[in-house]
Design a protein around this ligand. Sequence first.
Ligand SMILES: [Mg+2]
Length: 381
Amino acid sequence: MRITRIETFLAPPRWMFVRVETEDGVVGWGEPVVEGRAEPVRAAVHVLAEYLLGADASRIEDHWQVMTKGGFYRGGPVLSSAVAGLDQALWDIKGKQLGVPVYQLLGGPVRERIRAYAWVGGDEPSAIREAIGAQLDAGFTAVKMNGCGRMSPVATRAEIRGVLERAAAARETLGDERDFGLDFHGRVSPANARRLLPLLAEYAPLFVEEPVLPEHTEVLADLVNASNVPLALGERLFSRREFLGPLRAGVAIVQPDISHAGGISELRRIAALAEIYGAQLAPHCPLGPVALAASLQVGFATPNLLIQEQSIGIHYNRGGEVLDYVADTEPFRFHDGHLLRTDRPGLGVEIDETAVRKADATGHAWRNPVWRHDDGSFAEW
Ligand SMILES: [Mg+2]
């Protein structure tokens, strides 16, 4: 079954879809994007398309090898995300061709439902209780929020207290039966992380995410030993190789993004690598319906899955929403904070092609904010 057509669509708020069509008219969808760098990923997809057009759609692993290694230079967010979206589309095609969900092709289901968490902001500590209450009312059993806003490289006592107040508010609202993750978002320096983690232990977060920037892998072992708080990271890592150091350091949870880290093929391998270290998978996914559907397919077939991120109905999706691009919202309906396994073929998502084509006519030029410290110097967002 030859690949005959590959198209890309920019879709608000900050996403991109790829549509891959075969000579038999089977259509697969993928979501290749790096938020804020969609245009270079789009260009990379079309360079890779030169190789895929006319090729046999069924040879997913061979295409993955050639797409990631065949250009001599390899790796990085742009190429890995382009490969990721195309890989998702090829898995979608294979599932649809065979009439089975992708999780069946990965060994079959190991669970019936997947726990998801909801985002509650956290930039404004005073709003945390209300935001968590709303998600509890919606049935969620876990939430995630930012641990802090902009933070000085060596934090003031007030900045430290601000993080602890957020954690205390979350724990008090949630009680002991529900969970919260605290995202440091790479805003926290290694020195600040060493101070904060032991102080956060009493609030028992499910995890602290990106306790330091990805380039500070060498301090992770120290941070693991600094407290009993489980550490999570991985949205800015792009291959199983890049997860090896953090896993060796003792990270408890890996959070690869299926649209950044080589797609379904590589996410599956990252999960298997994490399993060796007794670590759990919690796929990063602030993206659209294809990325979420692809993540769920991996999750239904992966023994060491902890929880799934998702951004359905979230305030930061301005100008477009996960459900705006699907013809059938049922697979994305929450049941007590969980998404249920279905028997729909491929990725299990029916994309509203008219909506996607219309979105691309407007497109987007989303960029993340650039933050500054009080003295005018660059601050991590
Ligand atoms: Mg994060």
